[in-house]
Design a protein around this ligand. Structure first.
Ligand SMILES: *Cc1c(COP(=O)(O)O)cnc(C)c1O
Length: 418
């Protein structure tokens, strides 16, 4: 029996076929069961901020597991308090900020959804705000609440009816301005739409959204699950815009591979939850928070936020210099990079890259997404360019062969392969 047979028989079919079986990782590299090495520029989808098996990550898990892993939220632990204060400092909440811990991005956004409902509830002297806005195409998660926030009809359709109240608006300042009124509780924004294809918001969007939500008394909730933890060249993408949101959600990169998510609230939004309104058994346990603190500490100590900005620029320049008919422009910021392709062959490029020993990802048919570890350097970038160029060439050659086959020139090649 092969691992493919085992996976096909035993694993839930909600995911597509697994592309490879990996047995080990170190730094920006993965190894399969045959000992073949791959350069990993997906990093578990923007999760492995420090790469694989980083000594700081390993040491934090081992030490905390041997000290105190979990006591429930009836009690406090030192790692939980340390991570809460660290996240408040990095996000710039000031004293009035608060942190809720969950175990994933979806849980962080579920907490944000409930925060929005609490803000929207009719209370003495306060009218109800039943409306919640999210952006078309943005991704906020797969649970029923976060799916309701995710503006992708094909994802929602099998699971209707959705949790009510969410309306989708186009990602333009004009659309937000036209739709916003005093019955809106919150506006959810993904500052760079990662899953949709690394799509940037229009210039000035976050600043305009901040001003408009202030004007109408709605919360501005920024989903930094993919963009946070230094990935875009600031600790959080909203910091490029110089705004203060009401809440931010984080997950993916903050744990470096350990499952953890958090909702960080600012100012008055920090007073909305009260005892009994939300919770999680595992959320914020000592083990997870100790690991996230160690990962964020390493990002801070090693200057990896600046490295993300710098290596992002270096990669964009290198990609721009690749001689290929397939490559269009780059989107995103820092080490969240979307490479636009001129033909809908992204899946073929991903497959060819894997053949050449490079792991990358295609969020859609025309986009390659790169989210490498934040600590990559010249060696990894040079190797990426070599492998990616080879993968592009493989796909270009196949396209040329295909075109000549269709023109009748290479007919024998197709007959032979068929
Ligand atoms: C990945 C992601 C989520 C969901 O996180 P999970 O940990 O998979 O639940 C939500 N929002 C954004 C922007 C993401 O990239």
């Amino acid at each position: 029996m092969s691992w493919q047979d085992d996976a096909g028989r035993d694993l839930v079919r909600s995911f597509g076929e697994r592309m490879e079986l990996f047995v080990r990782g170190e730094g920006a590299y993965l190894w399969d069961a045959d000992g073949r090495r791959y350069l990993d520029f997906l990093a578990g989808i923007a999760v492995n901020s420090l790469g694989h098996a980083h000594p700081v990550f390993v040491e934090a898990i081992a030490t905390q597991a041997a000290t105190l892993a979990h006591v429930s939220n009836y009690f406090a632990t030192l790692p939980q308090l340390e991570l809460a204060s660290r996240l408040k400092r990095l996000a710039g909440t000031g004293d009035s900020g608060r942190v809720y811990f969950g175990n994933s991005g979806a849980e962080a956004n579920e907490a944000a959804f409930k925060l929005a409902r609490l803000h929207g509830a009719a209370t003495e002297g306060k009218a109800a705000r039943p409306r919640i806005f999210a952006l078309t195409d943005a991704f906020h998660g797969r649970t029923m609440g976060t799916l309701a926030l995710t503006g992708k009809p094909y994802m929602q359709e099998p699971f209707l009816p959705m949790v009510p109240g969410v309306e989708f608006i186009d990602s333009t300042i004009e659309a937000l301005e036209a739709a916003l009124d005093d019955r809106v509780a919150a506006v959810f924004v993904e500052p760079i739409k990662g899953e949709a294809g690394v799509l940037d918001l229009p210039d000035g969007y976050l600043r305009a959204a901040r001003a408009l939500t202030h004007e109408h008394g709605a919360l501005l909730i920024v989903d930094e699950i993919q963009t946070g933890a230094g990935r875009t060249g600031e600790w959080f993408a909203f910091q490029h815009a110089g705004i203060t949101p009401d809440a931010v959600t984080v997950a993916k990169g903050i744990g470096g591979g350990f499952p953890i998510g958090a909702l960080i609230t600012f100012g008055a939004a920090s007073d909305l939850f009260y005892p009994g309104t939300h919770g999680s058994t595992f959320g914020g346990n000592a083990l997870g928070t100790a690991v996230a603190s160690a990962v964020l500490g390493e990002i801070e100590n090693e200057g990896l936020v600046a490295n993300s900005a710098e290596r992002g620029r270096q990669l964009r320049t290198a990609i721009g210099a690749i001689d290929s008919t397939l490559v269009g422009g780059c989107r995103g910021q820092g080490l969240l990079i979307g490479i636009g392709l001129r033909h809908p062959v992204a899946k073929a490029v991903v497959a060819a890259a894997q053949e050449h020993g490079l792991i990358i990802n295609a969020p859609n048919d025309e986009t390659i997404r790169l989210v490498p570890p934040l600590n990559i350097g010249d060696v990894e970038i040079d190797e990426f360019v070599r492998l990616f160029t080879a993968a592009l060439r493989t796909v270009e050659d196949a396209l040329v062969l295909d075109a000549s086959t269709r023109a009748g020139v290479g007919g024998t090649a197709r007959e032979v392969s068929a």
